[in-house]
Write a protein that binds this ligand. Structure first.
Ligand code: FUL
Length: 466
């Protein structure tokens, strides 16, 4: 097998394929920190402070949906250990709070609201727990963690994502906990086999920063040991083993998947990236940040480069201490949704004549995987032309590979015909699940897409011109 054949042979698991198609979903950071104005609680917070008097998860879900998001992940327990549900295994939860006289269940209300409004529900459960006296006691804490995981994955319907944070420090007794990840994973696979395990998990990869930065070439096929980065980070800090340190890969390396990075790797995996960032500076709500909600331009930029850069986009919006999303965030979400709807509303390809250097190009007109375009066997380039009767103004072009057959395209370029001649308007690297090319309004009678390099015959499942 040649290197390119090996790379092209790695394909997504069904659950990863489904997850990538969600594209854009919400993170909700909400707990005692919302009431203490902190980002990390230390576990000594009194549950008495938790009292979101106007809590309305349906308001959250409506706002999230207005932005075009298709799922929501809730911090059921953050590092402070406070549980947003009626866990049987600790008193440090909503049960000990004044909210709804200790009878409320935030996880239930949120998962019900998601289901009612037709979006997916996911759970964030922090392995690091600064409240539990069991933390740092090995199996005793793993048992506790698995019990909580079991509650969350049994009592709240279908879960699409289980999000494990890499942040880890010392517990209340100053001890360190070495997590039994394999045991956690097997519980998830048994109880929710369709859920993706993200970040400290094998299905979805952390993009390497929390600021919303994206790579220009994001590969979904990466070294298998990338999956261990969070876990080996700890080990490598302590290790004097020079070889180990040298071999280390970190989630924020600028290149995780080019041919030269992969050529000496023993084991490769499909491990697609997720870009996670907050709509505000903090993950939790702070009154002082009400006027620091990211601008529409910034959000559009991150959206285009994550969803349109072969990654998914997990955007955090933190509810206030009343239990509502703040009007400034709600407004921005609606603006973003409007932008996306308008920017990708009308596909100009519908009125174009399409041609290519092989048969079957009409398959790219429908956004589906059943039919796709590909050149003849062994050919690793392609040329596709779209032509209109009269010149059209183009803002964005969307390209999608058929990732069910792997990620193949290494480079492509786009030319536009103006005044009778073609000139290059864009030169890009990977496509993957989706590439959004923003052209800033080019007026053209025709465009030509040239795939200039591919690991094996390239595929194109969809082409959109807007
Ligand atoms: C980090 C955490 O420490 C932050 O509080 C937040 O939850 C973020 C998503 O992940 O590692």
């Amino acid at each position: 097998m040649t290197l390119d054949e090996r790379l092209a042979a790695v394909v997504p698991h069904e659950r990863q394929f489904r997850h990538q198609q969600l594209e854009f979903y919400a993170f909700i950071h909400f707990t005692v920190n919302t009431f203490t104005d902190k980002e990390w609680g230390d576990g000594t917070e009194s549950p008495m402070i938790f009292d979101p008097k106007k809590l309305d998860p349906e308001q959250w879900v409506r706002a999230v949906k207005s932005a075009g998001m298709r799922g929501l992940i809730l911090t059921c327990k953050h590092h402070d250990g406070f549980c947003l549900w009626q866990s049987k295994f600790t008193e440090h939860s909503v049960r000990s709070s004044p909210w709804k006289n200790g009878e409320g269940d935030v996880v239930k209300e949120v998962s019900d609201a998601c289901r009612k409004h037709g979006i997916k529900f996911g759970v964030y459960l922090s392995p690091w727990d600064r409240n539990s006296p069991l933390y740092g006691q090995g199996k005793a804490y793993d048992d506790y963690f698995v019990n909580q995981l079991t509650e969350l994955l049994t009592n709240y319907g279908e879960v699409f994502s289980v999000w494990f944070d890499g942040a880890c420090g010392e517990g209340p007794n100053g001890k360190k906990q070495y997590y039994d990840w394999e045991r956690y994973y097997s519980v998830i696979r048994k109880l929710q086999p369709d859920a993706c395990i993200s970040v400290c998990g094998p299905d979805v990869r952390w993009c390497g920063n929390e600021a919303g930065h994206t790579r220009s070439a994001e590969w979904s096929v990466v070294p298998a040991r990338t999956r261990d980065t969070e876990k080996i980070a700890e080990k490598s800090q302590q290790s004097d083993d020079a070889e180990f340190r040298q071999r280390k890969i970190t989630a924020s390396d600028s290149d995780l998947g080019s041919r030269s990075v992969l050529e000496n790797e023993q084991e490769l995996v499909w491990y697609p990236a997720e870009v996670n960032t907050s709509i505000r500076p903090g993950w939790f709500w702070h009154e002082s940040e009400n006027d620091k909600v990211r601008s529409l331009d910034e959000l559009v930029h991150i959206y285009n480069n994550s969803v349109g850069g072969n990654a998914t986009f997990l955007l955090n919006i933190p509810p206030t201490n009343e239990g509502l999303l703040h009007e400034n965030d709600v407004r921005r979400l609606a603006e973003l949704g409007e932008y996306i709807k308008n920017a990708f509303g009308e596909n100009l390809l519908d009125s174009a004549e399409l041609s290519a250097d092989n048969d079957g190009i009409s398959a790219v007109r429908t956004d589906s995987y059943g039919e796709y375009f590909s050149p003849s066997k062994g050919v690793t380039t392609a040329e596709i032309t779209a032509e209109w009767d009269v010149p059209v103004r183009i803002g964005n072009i969307v390209l999608k590979e058929n990732i069910l057959l792997g990620q193949r395209v290494e480079s492509f370029l786009i030319e536009a015909e103006t005044d009778g001649k073609f000139t290059e308007v864009y030169r890009g690297t990977v496509i993957g699940y989706k590439r959004i090319v923003s052209l800033k309004n080019v007026t053209a009678k025709a465009i030509r897409i040239k795939i200039t390099d591919s690991r094996t015959e390239p595929t194109l499942a969809f082409l959109g011109v807007y």
